[in-house]
Design a protein around this ligand. Structure first.
Ligand SMILES: [Fe+2]
Length: 254
């Protein structure tokens, strides 16, 4: 997808030749740069329109190197920059994540960290160990909030299920260009919010949900966590080896 190696080879290859060769090398670099710019513009358009975009790791590139190539890493206290996502059995007591709560069952569609006042903007998933039958689910939130007016969205107040740093901040499902949704970790606190929640649940049940595969260790997907909801299909016993790495990003450079 990207052409850095070709540019480098041209520069090294032609640097020892005559002026004509250098002129040709410059044209090649120009063409490659234009093509790369067009590629990046396409990726940015896809991310803007679909709320996610597929990117490829270069050979031997680590997940953190890929994340740095495409964006700015989020710094989140007590959270490793790269988190390994491994299917495991559910823990019924004090579950505080979808993995602990749902185990190998399907994860419902949600915004990551929907209970935070400002959830992380982007995250990158990288396939470490692919399995054939487990998919990442995604739907753009705009389809779920269709026909909801500004007043409703302003009056529909939610709060985190549990206190965060001893506080319960009120949250809205759409504010300042950010959608959020979570069926578990945020709860409605106004009548308008209860009604909105019911409509969103109903729309999710009838929405067209995309199923994305991560089939190769070079496969990565960048999600706009403020625009799309994501989930995961159930994990059958022959797929429990699935390994995904996740990195939160404050910004994406496309
Ligand atoms: Fe998630």
């Amino acid at each position: 997808m990207f052409s850095f190696p070709l540019v480098v080879h041209c520069v090294l290859g032609f640097g020892i030749f005559n002026d004509h060769s250098c002129w040709f090398a410059r044209q090649v670099i120009l063409v490659v740069s234009v093509s790369e710019t067009a590629n990046l513009r396409n990726l940015a358009t896809q991310l803007g329109e679909d709320g996610y975009v597929r990117v490829k790791a270069a050979k031997a590139e680590t997940t953190i190197e890929i994340a740095r190539r495409f964006g700015t890493l989020s710094v989140i206290p007590d959270l490793s920059p790269v988190q390994e996502l491994i299917p495991r059995a559910a823990e019924q007591t004090s579950a505080s994540s979808y993995g602990e709560m749902y185990g190998l069952r399907e994860f419902p569609l949600h915004t990551d960290m929907a209970h935070w006042y400002v959830p992380p903007h982007y995250f990158l998933l990288r396939c470490v160990l692919p399995v054939p039958h487990v998919k990442t689910l995604v739907v753009h939130s705009r389809h779920l909030f269709v026909d909801e007016d500004e007043v409703t969205l302003r009056r529909a107040l939610f709060r985190p299920r549990r206190r965060l740093d001893g506080r319960l901040t009120s949250l809205r499902l759409y504010e300042s260009g950010r959608y959020r949704w979570d069926p578990i970790f945020i709860v409605p606190i106004t009548k308008t919010a209860v009604e909105l929640r019911e409509r969103i649940v109903w729309r999710i049940a009838s929405a067209k949900i995309e199923e994305l595969s991560l089939d190769d260790t070079m496969d990565c997907i960048i999600f706009d966590n403020w625009s799309v909801l994501h989930g995961r299909t159930n994990v059958t016993m022959d797929c429990v080896n699935r390994r995904i790495e996740r990195v939160y990003l404050d910004a994406v450079h496309l």
